[in-house]
Design a protein around this ligand. Structure first.
Ligand code: ZN
Length: 506
């Protein structure tokens, strides 16, 4: 990473008059190299003429994030993209798409990113990419971290002030932008299009958890490469000028956002796009025509560049949370889940280690529904549809286990990764899979007598059992069903089965 600071302060400054901190990340997808080239030109210009270096902004530049992919250069990658001749490959050496790794952190790249991000706590973050969706007139499109998901004073500032200013500035320079066109296989003007929800597994989604104003620049792959580099260069300039002139607003917004996050009693997540609220944008597209394919018996899509249009289309930019988690005072994480601990530590999460073995009354969560991932995705078989039943119970913890107060800077990160039902949580990403199957069982020939004894000793169990048999006459014919039912309702049945191993305490 390169640090540009006019006063030669190359370490973070946390005093009241600190600079605005702006982090640029290029080449997470190295074939999308405009940001790499634009940054070389941009920093060369600053180096040649130091008067241009802003005095209120510290610029952090990751010149090329995915080094493995950058070195794996080839002509035949990124089909359709209009230059450069050789392009880096999308994945890392272990074939990860690094821009899905920001929470599961399978790669050293992500752990290195945490070091940079947590040390500097940037106010503004820009990740540079190239887009391959539908075709349209814009060279540059922009993902602005989604408003409802970010929430708080940061979302207000971002959407009322900074985002419109960046759009205006780019338009003045002859590179009018539109929001990232998240459309595949059809034309954006057919039904309009939806905002892209960059959940926390993406770079900007991760940054937003810490109140950073985050953007993804997406140039269009069919525009000439020099134009794409130029548009990215001009966007860097727009960001620099904005950060320079609004340093105080940015610093203050970050502070207000942190205060706001700590005041919340619940954490909304698992966002979906709302099809109700939408706004209209004047979209500059190309007419989509249907032509007979010469390859097969079907109609192909063809964007006619001789028929540009400007048309009012709906843009669905609002989202709603499908899950709202109550924020406890503390989470307790047994130290044995070391992979989870490593990731929390790397994100500067503060924890108190228990000094002695202790029994604590906690809220535990039992997984009641879960859809196990059937297809591999980025090194995991991601679970979905997780829901839980809460139970109060005393649990014995050991000296060294972690009490994690939620009143800290990483509150939203903590809630996302330690939320059992979060789509991007550690449960979904397979970190807790060993809880999903039973480790012990019974021997049918021996458990008959034990089951009789259990029934003899509990009137409550007898009633429950009789009800169960009435409701399940077929099951009552199977020894494994009957014994299984009684086993699961006995003290022998392990409490650890399906119990999410992170507990909350108020
Ligand atoms: Zn990309």
């Amino acid at each position: 990473m390169m640090v540009v600071n006019k006063s030669k302060r190359f370490e973070p400054n946390i005093t009241w008059n600190r600079n605005a901190v702006w982090l640029i990340m290029n080449g997470i997808h190295p074939g999308e190299s405009e940001g790499i080239d634009a940054s070389i030109l941009y920093l060369t210009a600053l180096a040649k003429n130091p008067k241009l270096i802003p005095d209120s902004v510290t610029i952090l530049l990751i010149p090329a994030y995915n080094i493995d992919g950058l070195r794996n250069r080839k002509e035949f990658t990124r089909a359709n993209q209009n230059g450069p001749v050789e392009k880096g490959f999308r994945a890392s050496a272990c074939n990860y798409d690094l821009n899905r790794d920001f929470l599961k952190a399978d790669t050293k790249n992500t752990l290195a990113f945490y070091q940079i991000f947590q040390k500097w706590q940037p106010d503004v973050f820009l990740d540079t990419h190239t887009s391959n969706g539908a075709d349209y007139q814009y060279t540059m499109t922009l993902i602005t971290t989604q408003k409802q998901k970010l929430g708080g004073p940061a979302a207000d500032f971002l959407y009322n002030e900074m985002n419109p200013a960046i759009y205006k500035d780019m338009q003045k320079k002859g590179f009018e932008m539109c929001p990232y066109v998240n459309v595949f296989g059809q034309s954006p003007d057919q039904e309009g299009y939806e905002v892209f929800i960059e959940s926390p597994k993406f770079s900007t989604g991760y940054a937003a958890l810490f109140g950073t104003l985050a953007f993804v620049a997406e140039t269009h792959m069919l525009k000439p490469y020099p134009d794409r580099v130029k548009a990215t260069y001009l966007l860097l300039e727009s960001f620099q000028n904005y950060c320079q002139t609004h340093k105080q607003d940015l610093v203050r917004t970050k502070e207000l956002q942190q205060i706001w996050m700590l005041k919340q009693t619940s954490y909304p997540t698992n966002y979906k796009v709302s099809r109700e609220a939408n706004k209209t944008i004047q979209f500059k597209g190309y007419e989509l025509e249907k032509r007979n394919s010469t390859l097969g018996n079907y109609e192909r899509n063809f964007y006619n560049k001789n028929k540009p249009f400007t048309r009012a289309i709906p843009y669905y930019d609002s989202c709603y949370a499908t899950l709202t988690q109550k924020i406890p005072n503390y989470f307790i994480l047994p130290q044995s889940w070391s992979k989870v601990k490593e990731r929390l530590k790397a994100n500067h999460v503060q924890a108190i280690e228990l000094l002695r073995d202790t029994s604590i009354l906690v809220t535990a969560q039992y997984i009641s529904t879960i859809k196990n991932g059937q297809n591999p995705y980025e090194g995991h078989f991601v679970h979905s549809g997780i829901s839980c039943i809460n139970k109060q119970m005393p649990i014995t913890f050991y000296a060294g286990d972690w009490m994690i107060p939620t009143q800290q800077n990483g509150i939203r990160y903590i809630q996302e990764v330690l939320g059992a039902e979060s789509w991007d949580g550690f449960m979904a990403w397979n970190f807790f899979d060993p809880i999903l199957n039973e480790k012990e069982g019974f021997s049918d020939y021996a458990f008959e007598e034990d089951a009789q004894l259990l029934l003899a000793n509990s009137a409550e169990l007898r009633t429950k059992f009789e009800d169960w048999k009435t409701q399940n006459p077929e099951k009552a014919k199977s020894k494994f069903e009957v014994l299984g039912y009684l086993y699961k309702n006995s003290p022998y049945y392990e409490k650890e089965h399906l119990r999410f191993p992170v507990y909350s305490v108020d």
